[in-house]
Ligand binder design. Structure first.
Ligand code: GDP
Length: 524
């Protein structure tokens, strides 16, 4: 820990003296599921919601029914490609805890959105297909969790089918992710004979009704396996788990509903409650009495009839209550919070109160942006919500020149929402949009047409890289003068250098040693 960090910590405010706040926070579990497509995230989500008593809504997670079809046009893309573009929040109670499950977009192209969602969770459940082991996307998402030391619980799914050997799976996780593993449960039977799990800590068999003769082949194998497990594998270490170094591993079948409550029980028992969060000036403890919140996602036009704009904010400390006055650090303005909303899958209701770990939607007309901090009074700024340098840059081509003004407004709104990044060239040329994956371009095109009535196409640009520039002001100005045709401003007016190739980028860096070129911009 650095000196600066120590002094930041020592300024931390005392814990709330209100036991209701402390109790509410201790019972919050806010998590996301990370996995490779097809590993079973949707099925597991449904089963988890069902276990949490939200049966009537469980089907909605996957629902491609009428209700969703009436939502805005761009949902069409989501439907056609069978992916989930919207990050929604699912709240349910289980085992005395209030769970907030933040759904992450399933497609690789939305990594930036996914990243931001992962800044709003306290733990992640990593779902692995028992036959396939660690796959690409799992690895990428895991790396994001590791950057923030998010504790990971592993669920090895599809044990009811031909699977790799459990020891081999544990080995693969440890070696390929450099993550310590400890089995929390052990499978009883394999593939077609998979019948339940054995809880290694509580030393009980689940489901409770599972009654196998000692002579049953599955019990014989379990006995043999357990000898090896106890001799060879480390025990659960809470500290190591909290630090993100060790993952407890659960075996199960989401489809057959085996192992799902093992997982939830574990989250109740040792899943981390809301974590403390760093700001530019100090660390905010989750149990501080004052309410603080971080906007990690903006969603516009969720309901096309209302053209509304919802900022999703994670409460980081204290208690939020409807009607309270909030301080918006970026603008320095205060506003009354009249209609905070809870989202349940795709339904919403007014939020009367909420606590650290909860996510509320705040309707607004563009005042709130990704990375914004909301407080009761103090001018805090949470850190850690990033923009990534886009990998694809395209110039927007407008089909109907009469709609230039409308396009400008629409692009700004959609960029504020994080659909694309927007760069305005200093030489006055047409705006350039930047995306991490091409699917974002399709979404942009469809939403401009569906929500704003503007048709566009894309032209290529000479650029393939964008880097945020920082450094001495005078030097920056000279650089800007010399490189006008390669310079743009982002949505916040920050300077961005556009390069045609890696080679050009390196040369520019070498020629300007006083300036720094960044591929990640921290916002907030
Ligand atoms: P996602 O893409 O990760 O959301 O995966 P889904 O939940 O949609 O599951 C992908 C496929 O695997 C579907 O056909 C599921 O029915 C199937 N599946 C999910 N969980 C299990 C499981 O535990 N066992 C078996 N046999 N199939 C499963």
């Amino acid at each position: 820990m650095t000196d600066a960090q120590t002094s930041i910590d020592s300024q931390a405010t005392a814990a709330s003296s209100d036991p209701a706040i402390r109790d509410a926070i201790a019972r919050r579990r806010t998590f996301a599921i990370i996995s490779h497509p097809d590993a079973g995230k949707t099925t597991l989500t449904e089963r988890i919601l069902r276990a949490g008593g939200a049966i009537q809504l469980a089907g909605n997670v996957r629902a491609k029914g009428e209700r969703r079809r009436t939502r805005s046009d761009w949902m069409g893309i989501e439907r056609d490609r069978g992916i989930s573009v919207v990050t929604s929040v699912m709240t349910f109670e289980y085992g005395g805890c209030v769970f907030n499950l933040l759904d992450t977009p399933g497609h690789e192209d939305f990594s930036e959105d996914t990243y931001r969602t992962l800044t709003a969770v306290d733990s992640a459940v990593m779902v692995i297909d028992a036959a396939k082991g660690i796959e690409d996307r799992t690895r990428k998402l895991f790396e994001i969790c590791r950057m923030r030391d998010i504790p990971i619980v592993t669920f090895i799914n599809k044990m009811d089918r031909e699977a790799q050997d459990p020891f081999a799976l544990l080995d693969e996780i440890s070696s390929s992710l450099a993550l310590d593993t400890t089995p929390a449960t052990w499978p009883i039977g394999r593939a077609a004979t998979f019948a339940g799990t054995y809880d290694l800590r509580k030393k009980i068999v689940r489901p409770a009704g599972l009654n196998l003769e000692q002579s049953d082949a599955r019990m014989v194998q379990l006995g043999e396996d357990l000898e090896l497990v106890e001799a060879a594998l480390p025990e659960f270490d809470k500290e190591s788990f909290d630090a993100g170094h060790l993952t407890p591993v659960f075996f199960g079948s989401a489809m057959k509903e085996i192992g799902v409550t093992d997982l939830l029980d574990a989250l109740v028992e040792f899943g981390p409650p809301p974590r403390d969060q760093a700001t530019e000036t100090r660390v905010v403890r989750a149990d501080e009495p004052e309410m603080t919140a971080l906007v990690f996602k903006i969603q516009a036009n969720m309901d096309p009839n209302h053209r509304d704009r919802i900022a999703f904010a994670r409460i980081c400390s204290g208690r939020l209550s409807r009607g309270m006055r909030l301080h918006h650090t970026r603008t320095g303005k205060n506003f009354a919070l009249h209609t905070p909303q809870f989202f349940f899958a795709r339904d919403r209701q007014l939020a009367e109160e909420a606590f650290a770990g909860d996510v509320v939607g705040i309707p607004n007309h563009g005042t709130l942006r990704i990375g914004d901090t909301l407080t009761e009074n103090e001018a805090l700024r949470f850190t850690g919500v990033p923009h990534f340098a886009p990998e694809i840059l395209r110039r927007v081509r407008l089909d109907d020149a009469m709609k230039a003004k409308k396009l400008r407004q629409a692009l700004t709104e959609l960029a504020e929402e994080g659909v694309v990044q927007l760069f305005r060239p200093m030489d006055g040329a047409q705006p350039i949009v930047g995306v991490v994956g091409t699917l974002q371009l399709d979404v942009l095109q469809a939403r401009l047409k569906g929500e704003y009535g503007v048709s566009i196409g894309f032209d290529s640009t000479p650029f393939s890289l964008a880097r945020w520039i920082t450094g001495d002001r005078a030097k920056l100005e000279i650089f800007a003068e010399m490189n006008r045709s390669s310079l743009a401003e982002d949505l916040d007016g920050d300077p961005v250098y556009l390069a045609s190739s890696n080679f050009m980028m390196r040369r520019t860096e070498e020629m300007n040693p006083d300036l720094k070129f960044h591929d990640i911009k921290q916002i907030g």
